[in-house]
Design a protein around this ligand. Structure first.
Ligand code: GDP
Ligand code: MN
Length: 376
C-alpha cells in the first residue's frame, strides 16, 4: 500500500528525519487558517510520481496567491488521479538535490540502499542514462545496516563534514523505517541541501523535500493506525461491487476462471506460451449465469484487451450456467473457452448452438488463444 507524501512525512518526522513544517487542506479557503511562514509550497497529494512535472506542485509568495494556486491544483487530474488533498508546507530554497532509498531487491533476497547525487529527477532515467551516478549497497539481513554503511554511501555521493554526519543520521533513520514499517520502498527524492526554509536563513542543512513509503500489503495487519489508501481502478471498483475478485495487468489477453489456483495456473500457461494477460477475474465457486455476464463485461472493458480466455472447471459452478452467459453475449474480440466438469454436456450443447467450440484441455486452449493473438 502506498502512503501519501504527507502520511509518509509524518512517519519520517517521527523517526527524526528533517521535514518542512506543513499542513494538509482539502479546500482553497482553508489557506486562511494555515499558520505557516511564506513563501509556501503547495503539493498535490496523489499516489503517483512526477507531480512536479504534471503541474501538481506550485510555490506561493503570499496567501492570496496560495489560495488561487490551491484552487488550480485541487480537483485537477494527475495521471488519472483526482487531487483531493493538498499539502501546504513552508517552502525551502533548494541547493543540491540528492536521492536516497531503501527497497527490497527480491533477486538478491535482501534490502538494498540506493543513493545518488543526481536527485530530484526520475531515478529510473538516471539509472538508464548515467548508471555510474548511482550508488547501491545490499544489506546483510543478519548484521543489518550500520552507520559506517551510511557514511560510505554519503562519501560516494560527495558529502563531507557536517553534511556527511547529517546524511548518515538520515540514512540510518530511513533504514529503520524500512524494516520496522515492513516497507517495500522508503524513498527521499529529493533529499536537498536547503539554503532557507520557513523564512529563516537556513544553515545549509539536509531536508527531506519529498517522501515516499510503500508498505508491504502482507504486513499491514502488523501496523495499527496505518491509513487505508484505496487505489482501485474503475473496473476494480465495479468488480468489487459484484463480489468478484479482479486484478488488472498490462497485457492484452483478458482472463476469466473459477478458483484462485485455476486462475493463477491459467496466467502461468498464457505467459508460458508467450501471451500477456491484460487482467484476470475469478468468478469463484458457484458462479451463476449473472455472475459470469458481469465478469465478461468487466474484463472486456479494460483498454487494450484483444482476446478473451475463459477457463472453467465446473465443481459447484455448473458448466451450463457459464455457457448460457457466454452464448448470450459473444465478445467483440476473439475468444477461447475451456469448459469441463459439472453439467459439461449441457454446457457444450449450449455453446455449440451458438457456434462456440469449448476445449477440455487447458493447455491446448491457452496455446490456441496465444496463437490467435499472433494472427490478430
Ligand atoms: P514529485 O514531482 O512528485 O516527485 O514531487 P517532489 O516533492 O519531489 O517535488 C518535485 C520538485 O518540486 C522538487 O524536485 C523541487 O524541485 C520542487 N519543490 C518541491 N518542494 C519545494 C520547495 O519547498 N521549494 C522549492 N523551491 N522547490 C520545491
Ligand atoms: Mn519527488
Amino acid at each position: 500500500m502506498k502512503l501519501h507524501e504527507y502520511q509518509a512525512k509524518e512517519i519520517f518526522g517521527a523517526y527524526g528525519i528533517p521535514i518542512q513544517k506543513g499542513t494538509v487542506i482539502d479546500r482553497p479557503e482553508k489557506i486562511d487558517e494555515v499558520a505557516l511562514t511564506y513563501p509556501v509550497v503547495l503539493k498535490a497529494q496523489v499516489l503517483v510520481g512526477g507531480r512536479g512535472k504534471a503541474g501538481g506542485i506550485k510555490l506561493a509568495a503570499q496567501p492570496a496567491e496560495a489560495r488561487q494556486k490551491a484552487a488550480q491544483i485541487l480537483g485537477m487530474s494527475i495521471k488519472g488521479e483526482i487531487v483531493r488533498r493538498l499539502l501546504v508546507a513552508e517552502a525551502a530554497e533548494i541547493g543540491a538535490e540528492y536521492y536516497l532509498a531503501f527497497t527490497v531487491d527480491r533477486a538478491a533476497r535482501r534490502l538494498v540502499v540506493v543513493g545518488s547525487a543526481a536527485g530530484g529527477i526520475d531515478i529510473e532515467d538516471v539509472a538508464r542514462t548515467t548508471p555510474e551516478k548511482i550508488v547501491k549497497i545490499h544489506i546483510d539481513p543478519f548484521t543489518g545496516f550500520y552507520p559506517y554503511h551510511a557514511r560510505a554511501i554519503g562519501r560516494k555521493l560527495g558529502f563531507e563534514g557536517k553534511h556527511l554526519l547529517q546524511f548518515a543520521v538520515i540514512a540510518h533513520s530511513l533504514s529503520r523505517i524500512c524494516t520496522e514499517m515492513d516497507a517495500e520502498l522508503a524513498e527521499i527524492n529529493p533529499l536537498a541541501i536547503v539554503k532557507t526554509t520557513g523564512g529563516a536563513a537556513g544553515d545549509g542543512s539536509l531536508l527531506a523535500v519529498d517522501a515516499k513509503l510503500i508498505i508491504d500489503d502482507n504486513a499491514i495487519y502488523r501496523h495499527d493506525g496505518l491509513p487505508r489508501n484505496e487505489e482501485l481502478t474503475d473496473l476494480e471498483v465495479a468488480a468489487r461491487s459484484q463480489d468478484l475478485s479482479y486484478v488488472e495487468l498490462d497485457g492484452d489477453v483478458a482472463i476469466i476462471g473459477n478458483g484462485a489456483g485455476l486462475v493463477m495456473s491459467t496466467l502461468d500457461m498464457i505467459s508460458h506460451f508467450g501471451g500477456r494477460p491484460a487482467n484476470f477475474l475469478d468468478v469463484g465457486g458457484g458462479a451463476t449465469t449473472e455472475n459470469m455476464t458481469h465478469a465478461m463485461n468487466i474484463v472486456l472493458r479494460k483498454k487494450g484487451v484483444r482476446s478473451l480466455f475463459i477457463n472453467i472447471f465446473g465443481g459447484i459452478t455448473r458448466c451450463d450456467d457459464i455457457a448460457r452467459a457466454i452464448a448470450a453475449q459473444p465478445p467483440p474480440v476473439p475468444m477461447v473457452v475451456r469448459l469441463t466438469g459439472t453439467n459439461e454436456e449441457e454446457g457444450r450443447a449450449i455453446l455449440k448452438q451458438a457456434a462456440i467450440h469449448a476445449h477440455v484441455d487447458p493447455e491446448a486452449a491457452a496455446q490456441e488463444v496465444v496463437r490467435l493473438m499472433g494472427k490478430a
